[in-house]
Design a binder for this molecule. Structure first.
Ligand SMILES: *Cc1c(COP(=O)(O)O)cnc(C)c1O
Length: 475
């Protein structure tokens, strides 16, 4: 595809400027050479960007079962709500914006109710940022209780990569513990790992294998009796929201990914929102200001000197909270658990259609996502998880998450999400089964898939090591 500069035709333009009524610039204030800009008509520009847009793939194009990321359809009415002038034009220091404050306060109350937490901050801009913030609370708690020697965070091997990364960014040492055969936390390994130096545990439940840990109360009890705190990575909340609460599972502190569970499109990388909720004994450590109500009037109030300080300016990505709030109002008390039930139903339905043909990493009922392992298939046929993921693109399906979680080899992690129809899931299953037929008949043909997309297999290593960040003009 040509760049705008390559499409440029000298003298072509799409603006008609009025006759200048100010003096022309004098030679000493002019640039020596005219600025190099592409010269194009409006039609050229419009077609250029439409062509670019057609080369991408998003939830509006087709099935997007990217596990752990919850790439679901997000109601457009939320965008309308977030585009309302009263929200977009308000300044964060404006005292009179009672409506915006009320929205933040009510969203906090709803999300605390859903998670079983007492207070929440909307400052963090994403899940990973929330993790760092939550860990800062845990660190501060131990420091102020005279236990600064507690410097280890326990993370199971099924964890998302951001968990160990956030822990070490916060100055903790990471203790990795292996999962047991069934994909849950190995209680014996956990008992061995806790001790006087335990600051806490970070856990995703259901975990990245799509399994709800049946021992969850015992797990949080083991950590608490050793003097540690429990952090809940809420990225998978859509599997359980409205049904069970992290607060009741024994967690002290959590983050949510509003852009995953509470409907903000995030394929392009943002903006996101990773609110952090905690039990009341940690609330003084939260960052930013809190909203207090006096005689029906809301106002921002300093949290005091125990706070970890600001982790972002003002109140975070406010408009993402507006979208989440609009979504919560649409769902209501009955709709929230229904999201979870449909997410789980869809995942189990698709898994059921695939499990006779593909090997499921951990058989049995899953939550909102499941993981296939192509380890044996690769040994027998040479076809890898990457090959199957790429082949799916020829069926108009975005690849599932590949090679994650790390404790499954040749993993494909599939999360259909609650917003997909039975027909879409049936079509997806047909694509998977069709690919298996090709693997059996002609495995070699899978190695250079996809065949129908604008580019096939980019050289990812070269692209990362030697990125071309500039366009080089001939002259
Ligand atoms: C997505 C995800 C994160 C990180 O969240 P971001 O919003 O992408 O920073 C952390 N943990 C799990 C399990 C996730 O799926």
């Amino acid at each position: 595809m040509k760049t705008l500069f390559e499409r440029s035709i000298s003298g072509r333009h799409c603006t008609i400027l009025p006759v200048s009524d100010v003096p022309e610039c004098t030679p000493d204030t002019c640039r020596e050479k005219p600025l190099r800009l592409p010269e194009l008509s409006e039609t050229d520009i419009s077609r250029h960007y439409t062509e670019l847009a057609k080369q991408t793939f998003g939830v509006n194009d087709g099935f997007y079962p990217l596990g752990s990321c919850t790439m679901k359809y997000n109601p457009k009415v939320n965008e309308d709500a977030a585009a309302m002038e009263g929200f977009t034009e308000v300044h964060p220091t404006q005292k009179a914006s009672q409506g915006s404050l009320r929205l933040l306060k009510t969203a906090e109350q709803y999300l605390c109710e859903i998670t079983g937490m007492d207070e929440m901050t909307f400052q963090p801009a994403a899940g990973a940022h929330g993790e760092l913030t939550g860990l800062m609370l845990i660190k501060r708690y131990h420091e102020l209780s005279g236990h600064s020697a507690r410097n280890k965070i326990i993370v199971p091997d099924s964890a998302h990569g951001t968990n160990p990364a956030s822990s070490s960014m916060c100055g903790f040492t990471v203790i990795n513990i292996p999962s047991s055969e069934d994909g849950c936390v190995d209680l014996d390994e956990l008992r061995k790992a806790v001790g006087e130096d335990t600051a806490g545990l970070m856990l995703t439940n259901p975990n990245t294998l799509g399994i709800f840990d049946k021992n969850i109360k015992e797990i949080t009890d083991i950590v608490h009796s050793a003097g540690g705190l429990c952090y809940y990575d809420g990225a998978n909340l859509n599997a359980v929201m409205g049904i069970v609460r992290p607060g009741d599972m024994g967690f002290d502190c959590i983050h949510l990914n509003l852009h995953k569970s509470f409907s903000t499109p995030h394929g392009g990388g943002g903006p996101g929102s990773g609110p952090v909720g905690c039990k009341s004994f940690l609330a003084d450590y939260l960052p930013g200001e809190k909203i207090v109500e006096t005689d029906g009037k809301l106002a921002w109030c300093d949290r005091g000197e125990k706070s970890v300080g600001a982790v972002r300016s003002f109140h975070g990505n406010f408009l993402v909270v507006v979208k989440a709030f609009a979504y919560l109002l649409t769902l209501g008390r009955q709709g929230v658990p229904e999201v979870a039930k449909n997410a789980v139903l869809n995942a189990n339905y698709l898994k059921h259609l695939l499990e006779d043909t593909y090997e499921v990493a951990k058989p049995g009922i899953c939550m909102h996502e499941f993981v296939l392992t192509l380890e044996n298939l690769k040994k027998e046929t040479g076809v890898s998880a990457m090959d199957v993921a790429k082949a799916l693109q020829d069926y108009g399906i975005h690849p599932p998450t590949m090679y994650f979680p790390l404790n499954v080899h040749e993993a494909l992690m599939v999360e259909p999400t609650e917003t997909e129809s039975k027909e879409t899931l049936d079509n997806a299953a047909e694509a998977f089964l069709d690919i298996m037929k090709t693997i059996k008949e002609n495995p070699e043909s899978l190695h250079d898939t996809p065949h129908k997309s604008p580019i096939s297999r980019p050289d990812e290593v070269n692209a990362a090591r030697h990125p071309k960040l500039r366009y080089h003009f001939d002259d």
